[in-house]
Design a protein around this ligand. Structure first.
Ligand code: UDP
Length: 315
């Protein structure tokens, strides 16, 4: 395998930045495209001087041509991914997942590049099947406040499969479950970043609803490894990528309080509309097709994430 030229859209985001670093370490050339709406140059600061790395401030809603190179692979990660961010401009979120996805599929077709879509566990909505397998078709509210994201990602999957069926584009689709780790945006309103920043500052820990809803949290290095395997194996997907270790939100609050040694107390706030009650990936397919299993235990991953937020807080 020679050096590949790889485009990572959303490459300055939380997952994108880690993926760019991983690919560069493997010896690939990386073009990172990001509009810096939720991504940040801080996530790729250490890569900017690398001769194999190019940063483009670009929005995938606008066509991207890249005529002076030949792309081998595209990871399409561009899209705000936390509820507060994707709901800030819902119509734009829909555009990224439709117009933006069509632009990237067209680019892949022109370059003869393989393209991977970062889909999401949100395609299962508030699931009636537990744990979620890839053949479960989901329980999604098409007109709710999460629809711009979950319906957006569903139509993005449809577009991927139509470009494969109609144009022979070489596609991969990953359904990413909740992921955490260093470089998560502190203002993204997600449970892990909220609870850690609250615990470190001694502020109240805001549990929405009764805290009995569940999520399953995957550490970033495991996820990046899974994405890379999917891209480089001969299976199109969709494939669930997540850690099946399921916890209630109350349990995660208590674990973070324990690990930070915080004196914060837990308070209960109103649950957001359409908040899924349970979520846990069935990862049999990823195990079989990609030989992938997450290996970082929650405690280890949380300690690294807490260390990161602690340094941010001090800086
Ligand atoms: N959540 C919470 N307190 C917070 C932020 C989130 O209790 O300060 C809950 C939220 O209602 C949801 C879960 O934690 O049930 C995960 O929320 P997040 O936004 O991290 O991810 P998503 O809902 O997209 O899985």
């Amino acid at each position: 395998m020679g050096t590949k030229t790889i485009l990572v859209t959303g490459g300055a985001g939380f997952i994108g930045g880690h993926l760019c670093r991983y690919l560069l370490d493997k010896g690939d050339r990386v073009i990172c495209a990001d509009n810096l709406f939720t991504g940040s140059k801080a996530n790729i600061q250490d890569l900017l001087d690398n001769e194999n790395f190019t940063f483009l401030e670009a929005d995938i809603i606008d066509p991207l041509f890249l005529e002076d190179c030949k792309l081998d692979q595209i990871y399409n990660l561009a899209c705000p991914a936390s509820p507060v961010h994707y709901q800030a401009n819902p119509i734009r979120t829909i555009k990224v997942n439709t117009i933006g996805v069509i632009n990237m599929l067209g680019l892949a077709k022109k370059h003869g590049a393989r393209i991977l879509q970062s889909s999401t566990s949100e395609v299962y909505g508030d699931p009636l099947v537990h744990p979620q397998t890839e053949d479960y078709k989901g329980n999604v509210n098409p007109i709710g406040p999460r629809a711009c994201y979950d319906e957006g990602k569903r139509v993005a999957e449809s577009l991927f499969f139509e470009y494969w069926r109609n144009h022979g584009v070489d596609i991969r689709v990953a359904r990413i479950f909740n992921t955490y780790g260093p470089n998560m945006a502190r203002d993204d309103g997600r449970v892990v970043s909220n609870f850690i920043t609250q615990a470190l500052a001694g502020r109240d820990i805001t549990v929405y609803g009764d805290g009995k809803q569940t999520r399953s949290f995957c550490y970033i290095s495991d996820l990046v490894d899974g994405l890379h395997r999917l891209m480089n194996r001969e299976y199109a997907g969709p494939v669930n990528l997540g850690n099946p270790n399921e916890l209630t939100i109350l349990e995660i609050a208590k674990e973070i309080i324990k690990l930070t040694g915080s004196k914060s107390k837990i308070v209960f706030r109103e649950i957001p509309a359409d908040d899924p009650h349970r979520r846990r990936p069935d990862i049999s397919l990823a195990r079989n097709k990609l030989n992938w299993d997450p290996i970082v235990p929650l405690k280890v991953g949380l300690e690294k994430t807490i260390k990161y937020f602690n340094e941010q807080q001090i800086a």
